[in-house]
Write a protein that binds this ligand. Structure first.
Ligand SMILES: NC(=O)N[C@@H](CC(=O)O)C(=O)O
Ligand SMILES: [Zn+2]
Ligand SMILES: [Zn+2]
Length: 410
């Protein structure tokens, strides 16, 4: 008799099967197409599909001196509300996480306040000595400035000294200085520079928020197994016309033309990771020109909505927000198989709802999709056998733990 059984449809080896998942002490102990007995059984009878716990590899939780923008608590509550079970905590905080003392302080806050599991980031910008003194889960490098204004004077030195996987913001500083609108060339130049360094160094590299046709083409042409990349929902679903209508949609890299947006969709099958780049700011800061868009509480729903429009499948969501992050970053214990953590995102691809930012948990209570009707919603989030979110209610405690990120297999 298992402690808990989830009964319903779930994705297994690329197909949707109906069955039961047996859970004991937060661990998957049985996956069966038959009914199995549990002290407690949660039955999903309708359109719900149980997905392996989705992971967002690019999230800005702010906190520290920017609690008005977001805190680890508010941001990870937003994450579980949106069906995200683990976040990669970006280090361009205030103060930035680029020394051993600040990194340790960050781990304390995450340990105390995170409702999701988390990977801890470290900011690399000419501080290789400090970086060698921490074992972060990933190392963030800004080739050009973004929020926080810190960037790498020498990308190749920082990338070469990263003690683990480097995630890079690829916009070229000279191109930005020449044209602060950050045209596609600023990204494409930076991506080519990053790829040349990757070819030379052969070290794992994740290229963040790729937004241009040329950027994706350059990466796919090199096709290095040790290079992965992310695309965000805002670059998949919005264009610079949306920004022209709504200045709040200022983001780095900027929203692009319809031609670039279409190019991302044409390469969808080759996009390894979809990540939100959840970048919360107060409305005042946004009005003062801060760049960044909140995305934790809309990203999975937007993708589910897209499955209803034949743009992608629910298997794409699992592949780009679970399988590939687990494989590329080498996250242990998150596979959907017995012996691994019982962490799940339960989605209802048919649930219709309207985006109401006032109901969000993020402090950034605004959204590009405000008022939009979406078909598809996350209805429950389970972390290690515990229901942490159900029907928009956060019912868990901040029991997230640090992911076991060991660097992946390429
Ligand atoms: N994307 C953004 O426009 N802003 C991000 C930083 C970043 O990811 O570049 C932020 O931290 O606000
Ligand atoms: Zn960035
Ligand atoms: Zn970011």
């Amino acid at each position: 008799m298992h402690e808990l059984v989830l009964s319903g449809k779930f994705v297994l080896n690329g197909e949707i099967v109906r069955g039961s998942i047996g859970i004991d002490n937060g661990i998957i102990t049985d996956i069966s197409k038959r009914d199995i007995k549990g002290e407690e059984t949660i039955v999903f009878r309708n359109n719900e599909v149980i997905l392996p716990g989705l992971i967002d590899t690019h999230v800005h939780l702010r906190d520290f001196e920017q609690k008005e923008k977001e805190t680890v608590e508010s941001g990870t509550k937003a994450a579980v509300h949106g069906g995200i079970t683990a976040v990669f905590d970006m280090p361009n905080t205030k103060p930035p996480i680029m020394d051993i003392k600040t990194f340790k302080e960050r781990l304390n806050i995450l340990e105390k306040h995170a409702y999701t599991d988390y990977a801890a980031g470290f900011l690399l910008a000419g501080n290789c000595g400090e970086a060698s003194g921490v074992r972060a889960d990933f190392y963030k490098i800004f080739m050009g400035t973004s929020t926080g204004g810190i960037f790498s004077e020498d990308f190749e030195i920082d990338y070469s000294c990263a003690p683990g996987i480097a995630s890079v913001h690829a916009e070229d500083p000279e191109a930005i200085n020449k044209n602060p609108d950050r045209p596609p060339e600023a990204e494409i130049r930076a991506i080519n520079k990053a790829l040349n360094a990757a070819e030379k160094l052969g070290k794992p590299l994740n290229i963040c928020h790729v937004s241009t046709a040329g950027g994706i083409e350059a990466i796919l042409k090199k096709n290095f197994p040790w290079v992965s990349f992310e695309v965000t929902p805002h670059h998949l679903f919005l264009t610079k016309m949306d920004f022209e209508e709504n200045p709040l949609l200022k983001v780095y890299p900027p929203l692009r033309s319809e031609e670039h947006r279409k190019a991302l969709w044409q390469s969808l099958s080759k996009i390894p990771i979809i990540a939100s780049d959840h970048a919360p700011h107060t409305i005042e800061d946004k009005k003062a020109g801060a760049a960044g868009i909140p995305g934790l509480e809309t990203e999975v729903a937007l993708l589910l909505d897209a499955t209803n429009r034949g743009l992608m499948t629910i298997f794409d969501i699992v592949e780009k927000m679970h399988d590939n992050p687990v494989r590329f970053f080498g996250i242990k214990g998150r596979d959907f198989s017995p012996g691994n953590e019982a962490t799940f995102t339960i989605a209802d691809p048919r649930r219709e709802w309207t985006v109401k930012p006032e109901e969000f948990y993020t402090k950034a209570k605004w959204s590009p999709w405000e008022g939009k009707k979406l078909k598809g919603k996350v209805v429950m989030t389970v972390l290690k056998g515990r229901v942490v979110m159900e029907d928009d209610e956060i019912i868990g405690k901040p029991e997230g733990v640090r992911l076991d990120v060991q660097g992946g297999k390429y």
